[in-house]
Design a protein around this ligand. Structure first.
Ligand code: ADP
Length: 490
């Protein structure tokens, strides 16, 4: 699939340290999850290269932070335009290594690019404050300064957007970055880094370390343990988030964490059912169910339960599964065999405890696909809270539909989890909209919509779903420190 790139030089197979494309004797395979085919090999870097990248970033920092915000924004805006110019190629690379349908990949390129534009704009509004003085001989000032060298460890489900959402605010604030992309999707990261080079990013300001699963642990240890690295941003599982938090404790590193979710998708009796079905399709099955804001539990009120599951199953049965490059395909493969095994385990558990399959429920056979990981889009009725999928993130195209009686039941069920990232509900009653919107213990609530992400609003979770917010005005705050200047002797 990569032979068809309009600009083949976007296919980078080296890491980027200090503005240099770097090779290593040890390399690892990047594969196409739809076919199992090896697409390329990239360097498998460890501790030594991580130290080099941190040193390069530290060296680049004084010059980068000394630029005016407008000058930094100028480079970011060039980068933004380059992403759009090369959107077709970036989408091809993404679909090849990640599996999502090409149209979704293109959507992600635009979404990923939007963070660069947004933070380029916001960089010119990193305002300080003057505080009314309590002493006539003193003046109180607060300025905001870049925090320093930043590290980002990113997942494979959004190979571009999860990088730009962390890196753009860091760069805009005046911080250099060291990025460790997911081992499954380094090619998208490297292509985006190549475009940053073309946009005029100075050497050392943006570094990318590629590493396989094993080496990623080593890279993570060095990034977390480094005194020079002042901030770590991570998106991934709660389990790995906890490890990184612990590793960052000795250096009291600032952290932004975007971890797992267990999103409820609630449909009340008074909902517009067709709209709710459409919202559920987007929220559940986008990216084959592999997003941290995917509906994990559908909670539907008694009065509309039968009608809702029927309508949903009808739509879901019509979804086309296949290679993301094929026209009309709306669901690609899962990322790998482990992801498939996890879905099958959760399904077996649910079926053993009485769940009923309304559609799907098995691996999908896709012609010409090799040993890949396709799963049929699935709807399950008769589910209950003893099933593992009531508590665990499914990260696959399976929609368990729970039944509830009262508004309070729905709120209690929705909040009965240690996670608190995204939530959704459908209702036409304005009182209920406020009551439920305020009662849900989640960082984000989609009301009558299954699609909530955009660069202008704060994305993030409460409880064990993470720390900090990405995007929005707030997204810059993690990358600056407030400094109080007390001016006396007037
Ligand atoms: P996912 O469930 O999305 O695969 P993970 O949390 O396993 O999420 O991985 C997200 C990112 O974290 C990837 O870039 C992966 O390489 C990295 N990672 C996984 N384990 C560790 C670790 N122990 N230390 C540092 N990085 C890690």
């Amino acid at each position: 699939p990569l032979a068809a790139l309009q600009d083949p030089t976007l296919l980078k197979t080296q890491a980027l340290i200090n503005g240099q494309w770097v090779d290593a004797a040890e390399r690892f395979d990047v594969t196409d999850p739809a076919t199992g085919q090896v697409l390329a090999q990239v360097p498998n870097l460890g501790a030594a290269h991580t130290e080099q990248a941190i040193a390069a970033a530290a060296q680049a920092w004084p010059t980068w932070k000394a630029l005016t915000a407008k000058a930094r924004a100028g480079i970011l805006m060039k980068w933004f335009h380059l992403l759009h110019q090369h959107a077709d190629d970036l989408a091809r690379i993404m679909t090849a290594e990640q599996g999502k349908p090409l149209a979704e990949a293109k959507g992600e390129v635009a979404y990923g690019a939007s963070f660069i534009e947004w933070f380029a704009e916001e960089s010119r509004r990193i305002y300080g404050e003057t505080v009314p003085s309590t002493d006539p001989s003193k003046r109180f000032l607060v300025i905001k300064q870049p925090i320093g060298v930043c590290a980002a460890i990113t997942p494979w489900n959004f190979p571009i957007a999860m990088i730009t959402r962390k890196v753009a605010p860091a760069l805009a604030a005046g911080c250099p970055v060291v990025i460790k992309p997911a081992e499954a999707t380094p090619l998208s990261a490297l292509a985006v880094a190549e475009l940053a080079q073309r946009a005029g990013m100075p050497a050392g300001v943006l570094n990318i370390l590629t590493a396989d699963g094993q080496r990623s642990i080593e890279v993570g240890q060095v990034l977390c343990g480094s005194d020079t690295v002042r901030h770590l941003s991570f998106t991934g599982s709660t389990e790995v988030g906890r490890i990184l938090m612990k590793q960052c404790a000795p250096t009291v590193k600032k952290l932004s964490l975007e971890l797992g979710g267990n999103a409820p998708f609630i449909v009340f009796d008074d909902a517009d059912l067709d709209a709710a079905v459409e919202g559920a399709l987007i929220s559940k099955y986008r990216n084959a169910g592999q997003t941290c804001v995917c509906a994990n539990r559908l909670l539907v009120q008694d009065g509309v339960y039968e009608a809702f599951v029927q309508k949903l199953a009808d739509k879901v049965s019509a979804m086309k599964v296949g290679n993301g490059f094929e026209a009309g395909v709306v669901q690609g493969p899962l990322i790998d065999a482990d992801a498939l095994a996890k879905v099958e385990e959760l399904m077996a558990d649910a079926l053993a405890k009485g769940a009923k399959v309304l559609c799907g429920g098995q691996r999908a056979t896709v012609v010409g696909s090799g040993p890949s990981a396709f799963y049929q889009p699935t709807v399950l009725a008769n589910v209950n809270t003893t099933m593992r999928m009531a508590r665990e993130e499914i990260f696959g195209p399976v929609a368990p539909v729970f039944r509830f009686h009262t508004e309070q039941d729905a709120i209690d069920m929705a909040n009965d989890t240690e996670f608190g990232l995204a939530s959704y509900f459908y209702s036409r009653d304005v009182g209920r909209i406020f009551r439920v919107g305020e009662a849900l213990e989640y960082g984000m609530v989609g009301i009558n919509t299954g699609l909530i992400s955009t660069c202008e609003v704060p994305f993030g979770g409460v409880k064990q779903s993470g720390l900090g917010r990405e995007g929005a005005r707030a997204g810059l705050e993690d990358y600056v420190e407030q400094k109080y200047l007390c001016l006396a002797g007037l």
